[in-house]
Design a protein around this ligand. Structure first.
Ligand code: HEC
Ligand code: HEC
Ligand code: HEC
Ligand code: HEC
Ligand code: HEC
Ligand code: HEC
Length: 420
């Protein structure tokens, strides 16, 4: 009699089959990875460079050891799937007992590398950049031009500061001059008295000594009164006008923050990219102030005992936000969008915020007045690079004018663009 079961493999077989399929599926990504090679295309290397600078430069350099090992040639030291797993979650690899990872971890004093939520393509891009940077040692030509930009900003600040103290210096000078005058008058009076007492003067000398500086007469003279009134009015007017312009303007405002956080240390010395903390800056209207969790990416291991760093721990433990004092503050009626300026317009943070990477305490660098916005929109050409959207406009513009297309021309002076 026909019995299907006789012709079919025993049940156990299915179990084996299923397990084999499971194993193959599990290994599939690995075999795919094994085939994945490090890309060499220029745009991918560029993407990798940005990712590396935003996430890794705090702890890694290519050719030297910083917090973590130098990464030159790391793609030869380790297979790509290992690197992929390690970069995404190094602790997982270490805890799996991987000998290499454990040894490395011990060698670096059990310093935990941050976990990264990166895609495999992003990791490959980073490796592409590391490979490129390993093989082509960068020429030092970029730095000076960047320095030149930063230097320009610094020069402006240096000019701005004396301006503020000019009045104070002027007043101090006048006071010093008055004191000298007083001293001279006292000396003259004293000497005259002395000569008189000796009484050995001929007539001509007597006449000279008798000459008196008649202060009363000078003060009452028309010329003096005219000058005095003029100076007084000028000072009052100038102060008044400055005051009016300065209503609501907080240029130079540098409040004390609840934690002594230094941009000079983080963004300057350690070159942490602005976007690492101000995550919204290329994506949205606001730049974002980082949450304590972002600080903890590093401070769960770095400077744990520092009293200022302890404040971050306290904030997280008590579940209270750190109450940073806002420095920049446009009134409600104005609309400003970071992504539009940084991403679309290609403007550097420093253009509007000054040399932040040199600031121990952050301060408001630009006046943030309407005139400031408008002035820049009049002068600045739009950023047409990689933006096909503007091609037609620019063509049209260039056919009629021989200057660049300014923000003004795309509506940058329309009230509605900046006012709700
Ligand atoms: C907070 C500091 C820190 C950051 C940020 C960091 N790393 Fe690491 N990294 C380390 C340390 C420390 C080690 C040594 C292993 C350990 O202690 O876990 C390491 C090891 C490595 C290794 C293994 C090196 C070798 O010689 O085998 C690779 C690869 C690596 N990191 C890549 C990266 C990449 C890529 C990034 C950015 C996406 C990054 N790391 C960000 C600290 C860091
Ligand atoms: C990407 C890594 C990283 C992040 C993120 C980070 N820091 Fe730091 N921080 C450092 C390093 C590196 C140092 C310097 C350690 C040293 O000099 O020994 C430091 C030092 C400090 C110090 C001590 C300053 C001093 O004078 O020594 C404070 C306070 C501090 N950070 C606060 C913060 C706060 C607040 C945040 C979050 C807004 C933050 N950090 C985010 C890496 C980081
Ligand atoms: C490690 C994190 C971190 C990095 C990197 C960083 N910042 Fe900040 N930034 C902060 C924190 C925290 C504050 C709020 C505390 C303060 O004002 O000092 C802040 C405040 C600011 C403010 C003032 C915000 C306000 O209240 O108006 C500006 C402007 C600013 N950052 C610009 C930059 C620029 C430009 C860079 C890159 C050159 C940069 N930041 C890099 C953490 C960071
Ligand atoms: C075209 C000028 C301009 C540029 C470029 C610019 N900012 Fe701003 N930024 C402003 C203005 C204006 C404000 C005040 C916004 C407000 O009060 O609504 C501000 C506010 C901020 C704040 C306070 C928080 C917030 O989002 O309001 C931070 C942080 C900040 N900027 C960081 C940056 C960083 C980082 C960059 C570069 C990646 C940058 N800015 C580029 C003009 C600029
Ligand atoms: C450093 C120069 C600069 C400053 C300062 C500046 N902007 Fe702009 N702004 C630009 C550029 C460049 C663009 C064009 C971006 C683009 O290509 O879309 C732009 C575009 C804009 C737009 C969109 C205009 C449109 O027609 O699409 C608005 C709105 C705007 N800015 C508001 C402001 C406000 C508000 C301020 C002052 C708080 C300000 N900007 C300060 C350079 C500047
Ligand atoms: C490029 C952006 C921009 C454009 C275009 C613009 N403004 Fe403004 N305006 C601002 C900003 C930013 C402020 C707030 C800064 C300040 O108070 O100085 C402001 C402030 C004002 C104020 C003062 C409100 C107050 O409380 O002091 C008035 C009124 C005003 N704008 C009217 C206009 C009119 C009318 C137009 C069109 C002709 C215009 N604005 C176009 C950015 C702009």
């Amino acid at each position: 009699m026909f019995k299907a079961a006789n012709y079919l493999p025993p049940k156990k077989f299915y179990g084996c089959l299923l397990t084999s399929i499971r194993i193959i599926v599990a290994l599939l990504p690995f075999s795919l990875h094994a085939q994945a090679t490090i890309p060499t295309a220029e745009p991918i290397i560029k993407e990798g460079k940005t990712l590396f600078e935003n996430n890794c430069t705090v702890c890694h350099a290519i050719h030297e050891e910083i917090v973590g090992p130098a990464l030159a040639g790391v793609y030869d030291r380790r297979p790509i799937p290992w690197l992929n797993a390690f970069i995404k979650n190094s602790q997982k690899v270490i805890q799996s007992g991987d000998t290499y990872a454990v040894q490395l971890y011990e060698k670096y004093n059990r310093m935990q590398m941050t976990s990264f939520d990166l895609s495999e393509d992003q990791v490959l891009a980073i490796l592409a950049y590391i490979k490129d940077a390993t093989e082509n040692v960068p020429e030092p030509t970029v730095a000076p031009s960047e320095k030149a930009v930063a230097g320009g900003g610094a020069a402006e600040v240096e000019r701005a500061i004396p301006d503020k103290y000019l009045l104070a210096i002027f007043i101090a000078l006048i006071i010093v001059l008055l004191l000298i005058l007083l001293a001279l008058i006292l000396i003259v009076t004293f000497l005259t008295k002395l000569i008189r007492q000796k009484g050995e003067l001929d007539e001509a000398d007597e006449e000279i000594v008798a000459q008196k500086i008649n202060l009363k007469k000078i003060i009452q003279s028309k010329a003096f009164k005219g000058i005095a009134v003029f100076i007084f009015t000028a000072i009052v007017l100038k102060a008044g006008i400055d005051g009016l312009y300065a209503v609501g303007v907080q240029q130079g405002y540098a409040p004390r923050q609840p934690i002594d956080f230094s941009h000079k240390l983080h963004a300057g010395e350690y070159q942490i990219a602005c976007e690492y903390c101000h995550t919204g800056v290329t994506k949205s209207k606001i730049a974002n102030i980082p949450s304590p969790n972002i600080c903890m990416n590093c401070h769960s291991v770095i400077e744990k005992a520092h009293p200022e760093v302890q404040k971050i721990y306290a904030a997280i433990e008590n579940n209270t936000p750190i109450e940073w004092v806002r420095v920049h503050n446009l009134p409600q009626l104005a609309y400003f969008n970071h992504a539009q300026h940084v991403k679309v317009g290609g403007i550097e943070c420093q253009t509007c915020h000054g040399p932040v990477e040199e600031m121990e305490v952050i301060y408001q660098y630009a006046p943030l007045t309407m005139g400031w916005c408008i002035d820049c929109h009049r002068k600045t050409a739009i950023n047409a690079k990689d933006n096909a959207y503007y091609d037609k406009l620019i063509q049209l513009h260039e056919s009629k004018h021989n200057d660049l297309l300014k923000v003004e021309a795309i509506g940058g002076l329309e009230c509605g663009k900046c006012h709700y």
